[in-house]
Structure formats: structure tokens, C-alpha cells
Design a protein around this ligand. Structure first.
Ligand code: NAD
Length: 254
């Protein structure tokens, strides 16, 4: 797909990767509906997007609430028409790794509320968004269409992050499954698994823990949001790409 033909929905767009995706898509000529639970960040995003080749519209969105998702997508259709790209980016970390010692036995110390909130946002939220956007695409004859899920290399497993790893591994499995289901309609589905990227999510980590994670990156640094955008741009523009997860991690995957 040419980016200037894209009408995109980007979730979790108030800051970090989602904000970068919304701005870069608009810089390249796309029309974007940006959603997030954080109203402040959406306000500054709309200002920052002024004057770009494309356009960024913003609206409150909570991907864990189906009524919010439906309201958001109804408004997207009214303002921009049916989207042909969904970027499932909204995600949270709730792992308490810092409060734990390995000898505690991480899984024993993971409260249900943390397990459920991460699965609800990072996995079920992506499913609800994909279900609703793909329905709009099919009902309105949108083809080609594309769904890109923002996963993580943590999907391969990471002590203390059972909830986050399970959600991201589930998202990778859903990516492959949806790609197989939707190829016949000209709808592609792909995913990006970033390593450690310099966003507010990474900045919120304990400095010592973050330094330890950086030390494990062969390229010796955190990635920049623009470097994940480069992968998203590739997936958008490469019409033969579907069903795969691209790792962008400075060599950190194991
Ligand atoms: P971030 O915390 O900086 O931004 C995430 C955004 O999602 C926030 O603006 C937040 O308000 C929003 N959000 C949270 N819950 C939401 C909900 N229920 N509905 C709508 N929006 C919601 O994080 P980031 O680093 O930009 O991460 C973006 C994505 O990339 C996430 O899925 C994350 O898991 C993934 N990722 C990040 C890294 C990293 O190192 N930063 C690495 C791998 C994967």
C-alpha cells in the first residue's frame, strides 16, 4: 500500500511508539485517527500534527471497553471513512519485577489483577480492535487492508513478566492466524516485536534495571521509536508481507 492512500487507526497514540507512528504516517501523507486513554497527550499530538502532509484526528479510546471501541470506530468512519490500516499498539506493563527477587518464585507473586489487566489490554484489546476494524473493512469492501500488531521480543519469555510475555506470544499467534483467515480478502496481518525502545514505558523502568537490559543488547543501546516506524513502513509498503513477526531489537532476541 502506498502510505498516501492509507487511512489509519493507531491505538495508544498519546506517547511513545504510537505517537511516533501517528506523526510519521501523517508526515508521509496518511490520514490517521489516533486513540488513547490519555487526553492530555492526544491534545499535544493534534497540535504537533498540524501542517503535515496528511492529517491526525484524535479521540479518547479505551481498548478494554467494547463500547469505547465501537464509539471510536464509528467516529473514525464519520470523520475519515473506513480505515484500511489498524496499528494495534496500546499496551501496558504490570509486572512488579523490581519488587521481586528470583528466589520468591515469580509466578507465585504475580497478582491476578496484574495478570488480568495485561491480558485484557495487550491481547484482548487487540482482538476487539481487529475484530471491529476488519468487520468494517469487509462490510465496506476495503481491500487491500492491513492490521499490524505491536508485539515484543518478551513474547519469547522473560522471568517476572509471565503476563506480558503470554499476551505478546498470544498476539503473535493471533497475527499468524488472522493472516491465514484474511488473506483471501486481500487483508494482510503482520506484527513487529521491538526490543528495548526509548519511550515513556522504558523510561519508567528502574535505571539500574534498564542499564542491565541495555547491556544485553548487542548494539549496546536502546532503540529509537523512528527505528520501529521503519519496520511499520516496510510492512505497509510491502504487499507480499503477511503472517510474520519482525524483530527489531538491536540483536537482543534469544
Ligand atoms: P508507552 O507506555 O510509552 O505508551 C503506551 C500508550 O498506550 C500510552 O499512551 C497509554 O496511555 C496507552 N494505553 C494504555 N492502555 C490503553 C488502553 N486501555 N486503551 C488505549 N490506550 C491505552 O509504551 P510504548 O513503549 O510506546 O509501547 C507501545 C507498544 O510497544 C506496547 O504495546 C508495548 O508493549 C510495545 N513494546 C514496547 C517496548 C519498549 O521498550 N518501549 C518494547 C517492546 C514492545
Amino acid at each position: 500500500m502506498r502510505i498516501d492512500t492509507v487511512t489509519a487507526v493507531v491505538t495508544g497514540a498519546a506517547q511513545g511508539l504510537g505517537r511516533c507512528f501517528a506523526l510519521e504516517l501523517a508526515r508521509a501523507g496518511a490520514r490517521v485517527m489516533a486513540g488513547d486513554i490519555q487526553a492530555d497527550g492526544l491534545g499535544t499530538l493534534a497540535e504537533e500534527a498540524r501542517g503535515l502532509a496528511g492529517r491526525v484526528e484524535t479521540m479518547a479510546l479505551d481498548v478494554t471497553q467494547e463500547a469505547s471501541v465501537r464509539g471510536f470506530l464509528g467516529e473514525t468512519a464519520a470523520r475519515l471513512g473506513t480505515p484500511n490500516l489498524l496499528v494495534n499498539n496500546a499496551g501496558i506493563l504490570r509486572d512488579g519485577v523490581l519488587a521481586l527477587r528470583e528466589e520468591d518464585g515469580f509466578v507465585r507473586k504475580m497478582p491476578s489483577v496484574q495478570w488480568k489487566s495485561v491480558i485484557e489490554t495487550n491481547l484482548t484489546g487487540c482482538y476487539v480492535m481487529a475484530r471491529e476494524v476488519v468487520s468494517q473493512m469487509l462490510e465496506n469492501g476495503v481491500s487491500p487492508g492491513l492490521v499490524v500488531n505491536i508485539s515484543s521480543i518478551t513474547g519469547a519469555g522473560n522471568p517476572g513478566q509471565g503476563n506480558y510475555a503470554a499476551a505478546k506470544a498470544g498476539l503473535d499467534a493471533a497475527t499468524r492466524t488472522w493472516a491465514l483467515e484474511l488473506a483471501q480478502y486481500g487483508i494482510r496481518v503482520g506484527a513487529i516485536a521491538p526490543g528495548l525502545i526509548d519511550t515513556p514505558m522504558a523510561q519508567a523502568l528502574d535505571p539500574d534495571e534498564r542499564a542491565g537490559m541495555v547491556a544485553d543488547v548487542p548494539l549496546g543501546r536502546m532503540g529509537r521509536p523512528e527505528e520501529i516506524w521503519a519496520a511499520l513502513r516496510f510492512i505497509v509498503e510491502c504487499d507480499f508481507f503477511t503472517g510474520r513477526v519482525i524483530q527489531v531489537d538491536g540483536g537482543a532476541s534469544y
